[in-house]
Write a protein that binds this ligand. Structure first.
Ligand SMILES: Nc1ncnc2c1ncn2[C@@H]1O[C@H](COP(=O)(O)OP(=O)(O)OP(=O)(O)O)[C@@H](O)[C@H]1O
Ligand SMILES: [Mg+2]
Length: 295
């Protein structure tokens, strides 16, 4: 993780704290806020006026996992992601990131949390007035890093990591293809070397080949950098090939959580509709055959 050049509070617990902790969903929450979890949401209720979006959401995501969150449009996936990065406060309940509660975070702590999280938003991925270099450098400068040589080194390293060429650094967002835009946004999310990466529909708008390339890239970076991923996605290939855990948001709640094979067994109507239509059956047919008996 890139350290901000300020006096930082005591360091975050490391991923070695409680290795191998079991994933847990709505029914099997462990008793304490263990630091082995990258994310832990406890009894989350979200209301906007009369409208209830989340009703008692409980979720914990062990470090190193790749969680895919699915749900109908408007079910509250982006709001949940915003609550994890502290952009939105739940009406009730508590969110822990890397074992630390987001309630009453001090200024230093919130800077620390920001360096711990990289985010790729669903909309408005890049600042249109800045070129690629300045877009990727933005989080470093926001953290108060002023060493331009260091910034240059880190930005070009990240460009290479995401498969872009140094020449691309001087392009404006309007000159990028959809796939390149996602890569730049990913480079910007990773520039602070976060322990937790949050992605909101990272492949939406990409053609199948660009989407597949992006999945391969993410998979390689995850193997190399070992961050935890919380990803909102509708992409069945991503759920099958990349996600180690799947969560389903429906009826304001998490109605299924666990490895894909377990989620596929759920009888909930949304799960039936989402995972057992014709296209999904084609995508998961082979998967179910190969994982049969390993649940
Ligand atoms: N700040 C807000 N004020 C009022 N309502 C809001 C606010 N933010 C979100 N909502 C409402 O909360 C609900 C959930 O929104 P959210 O953006 O999380 O949906 P989503 O599951 O991400 O949908 P999509 O798949 O279309 O992106 C929507 O009805 C939305 O209008
Ligand atoms: Mg959304």
């Amino acid at each position: 993780m890139i350290e901000p050049p300020v006096n930082s509070p005591a360091s975050m617990p490391s991923s070695a704290d409680t290795p191998g902790a079991a994933p847990c969903g709505p029914e099997d929450m462990p008793p304490a806020s263990l630091p082995s979890y990258a994310i832990r949401m406890e009894n989350i209720w979200t209301r906007f006026g009369e409208k209830v979006v989340h009703e008692n959401i409980n979720l914990c995501l062990p470090r190193g996992e790749i969680l895919g969150l699915v749900g109908a449009s408007g079910s509250g996936k982006t709001v949940l992601l915003r609550e994890i990065i502290g952009l939105q406060t739940p009406s009730q309940g508590e969110v822990f990131v890397m074992g630390r509660s987001l309630k009453n975070v001090q200024a230093n702590d919130s800077q620390r949390l920001r360096t711990n999280c990289g985010v790729l938003f669903q909309k408005g991925a890049l600042f249109s007035v800045l070129d690629v270099f300045d877009n990727i450098a933005f989080p470093l400068r926001e953290l108060g890093i002023r060493d331009e040589e260091l910034i240059k080194h880190l930005v070009f390293m990240k460009l290479e990591n995401v498969g872009l060429s140094p020449r691309d650094a001087w392009l404006k967002p309007a000159d990028l293809s959809g796939g390149m835009t996602k890569r730049v946004a990913l480079a910007r999310a990773l520039i602070v070397e976060p322990d937790l990466l949050l992605l909101d529909e990272p492949t939406s708008g990409l053609d199948p080949i660009s989407s597949e390339d992006f999945v391969e890239l993410l998979s390689r970076l995850h193997r190399e950098l070992k961050f935890t991923v919380f990803m909102v996605t509708h992409d069945l290939d991503i759920l099958r090939d990349l996600c180690t855990l799947v969560a389903v948001l429906a009826d304001h709640r998490l109605v299924a959580f666990g490895p894909l094979a377990r989620v596929l067994d759920s009888q909930h109507p949304f799960v039936e509709e989402f995972f057992h239509n014709k296209r999904a059956e084609r995508v998961f047919h082979h998967y179910q055959e190969t994982t049969h008996g390993q649940k």
